[in-house]
Design a protein around this ligand. Structure first.
Ligand code: PMP
Length: 354
């Protein structure tokens, strides 16, 4: 039996994507060859890469606006460094909203001068700082749109005269935004886009080429763009599977369509957290993430009963991250609302047993 998969990442993908990806591993398009045993320079794969890059821009509404989409390697963690290498000359601003922001700051400090514009560390990152001042003249301002571990999400983005750089690893393609407000977006594939192994970078070309340092080729966005995201052998399977997921997303109404589903799932989840006296939400209400709901069980004595009920109902992946404790229900694009209903049912059944 298929489980209800609430994993924070790598995480659930649409069943039809898994089916098509599996078929392609055995025989790509009736070619008599596996997708993972053909040259990345073959027409078949070049076509996959071109379609995936174009579909990213189409879904984000960024076609014809001076942006390029790249499928790179090294995870979002490599982007912590690459962003600074390519954009940091004098000083960059960082909004610190969680463990991933902190890691981004740490890596950028290896390259240059960082100014932390605001932080929510004082409350174990259970909220998004607001109303802070942003100095002008920063090389860029970096933020994290969704804090996977703490379950907070930025509902609006700072206005700044500097390019806005955003780590969207855990909420890309989940909600409608004016994506043209960002100079650069990056996201590990393994939540809303595909399997682990590729990282999406979407960059407005005019922000590049402004730093004086020599950038090693493999870390240089301009070189990746010049070689059509094939500077070295790309991760062919994750790129193909990402293309399949993006095609699936388009078929269900694109970002506008999935946003409605994501809102329904989040509303259902949070209303149970709020109405059931056994549970308590971790994140400040106005900053709650629609992707990762974090909550605790107020009665320690019910922990084991809850765990066995979850297991019985086929619910997987709801244990919280060690820095928050409790539970985390990740409700990425591919998670059906039926899975949220199953979880909510177990939570209310626990209440009736308490
Ligand atoms: N940023 C965010 C918001 C994340 O959730 C994660 C991983 N879950 C990362 C960065 C790091 O990504 P990776 O493991 O691909 O380096």
């Amino acid at each position: 039996m298929k489980k209800h998969n609430f994993s924070a990442g790598p995480s659930i993908l649409p069943q039809e994507v898994l089916n098509k990806a599996s078929e392609a591993v055995l025989d790509y398009n009736g070619s008599g060859l596996s997708l993972i045993e053909i040259s990345h320079r073959s027409k078949d794969f070049v076509d996959i890469m071109d379609r995936a890059r174009a579909l990213v821009l189409e879904l984000l509404g960024l076609e014809g606006k001076g942006y390029q989409a790249l499928f790179l390697q090294g995870g979002a963690s490599t982007q912590f460094l690459m962003v600074a290498m390519n954009l940091l000359e004098k000083k960059a601003g960082y909004l610190n909203t969680g463990a991933w922001s902190e890691k981004a700051i740490k890596e950028a400090k290896v390259i240059g001068d960082i100014y932390e514009v605001a932080s929510s560390k004082d409350a174990n990152f259970n909220y998004i700082p607001k109303g802070f001042e942003i100095p002008s003249g920063l090389d860029y301002l970096h933020c994290t749109s969704n804090n996977t571990i703490f379950g907070t999400q930025m509902k609006s983005f700072p206005k700044t005269d500097s390019p806005l750089v955003c780590d969207m690893s855990s909420d890309i393609f989940s909600r409608q935004l004016d994506f043209s407000q960002f100079g650069l977006i990056y996201a590990g594939a393994q939540k809303n886009m595909g399997p682990a192994g590729t990282t999406l970078v979407v960059v407005r070309e005019d922000i590049l080429g402004k730093v004086s340092r020599t950038i090693p080729s493999i870390l240089d966005y301009k070189k990746h763009i010049a070689s059509d995201s094939m500077l070295n052998t790309p991760p062919v399977f994750p790129v193909y599977t990402s293309l399949l997921t993006l095609e699936w997303l388009k078929s269900v109404g694109g970002i506008a369509g999935i946003e409605q589903e994501n809102e329904k799932k989040a509303r259902l989840m949070y209303s149970e957290i709020d109405l059931n006296p056994l549970f308590k939400g971790f994140a400040t209400k106005e900053d709650r993430s629609f992707m990762n709901a974090t909550f605790t069980l107020e009665k320690e004595s019910l922990k084991e009963t809850f765990a066995s009920m979850l297991k019985e109902a086929g619910i997987s992946g709801v244990n919280g991250h060690r820095s928050v404790g409790g539970y985390r229900a990740s409700m990425y694009n591919a998670l059906p609302i039926e899975s949220v209903k199953a979880l909510v049912e177990v939570m209310s059944e626990l209440e009736s047993k308490a």
